[in-house]
Design a binder for this molecule. Sequence first.
Ligand SMILES: [Zn+2]
Length: 192
Amino acid sequence: MTVLEQLQERSGNTCELCGSTEKLMMYEVPPVSTGGVDGSLLACNTCLHQIDNPDGVDPNHWRCLNDSMWSEHDAVKVVAWRMLNRLKSEGWPQDLLGMMYLDDATLEWAKATGDGQDESEKVVHRDVNGNILENGDSVVLVKDLKVKGSSMVAKQGTAVRRISLDHENAEYIEGKVDGQHIVLVTKYVKKI
Ligand SMILES: [Zn+2]
């Protein structure tokens, strides 16, 4: 079974966040290095769109987390935790966060995208031109890069889609080139 099929079976073909049965897609919970069934969830278009576009979030949609935050799957808990943190100023998400329990490893995963941190503590990633990079952005390489631990060379001009940020270090981002998961240095990429 593919990862998608396993997720469909696990969720009974429903969005694991809000329960919708419409337009379901697989979501690899960033950083995508976790991958696989345990690192992914099945979510509807509405949820995914709002996860990727923090400015367009409808707080009421996320009342669904009241239920899904109790999921037995870490990937679901991680996304619930992140969304509750983003919505903290609404009040009720704060109460839910207070009830939620994540073990240390899961909490570390949840924090990897910077959600739940104060703006001042955030590590800011900038491309070669000083533009701020966010999770999910696409970048293009501005020089040939040797890929660590392999004989592969990622060519200048190669596009890397849906990057994820290394939250500990402002110099690194992660992404896939030719299906291979690699770490890139921010000063050698340009946002597209
Ligand atoms: Zn949904």
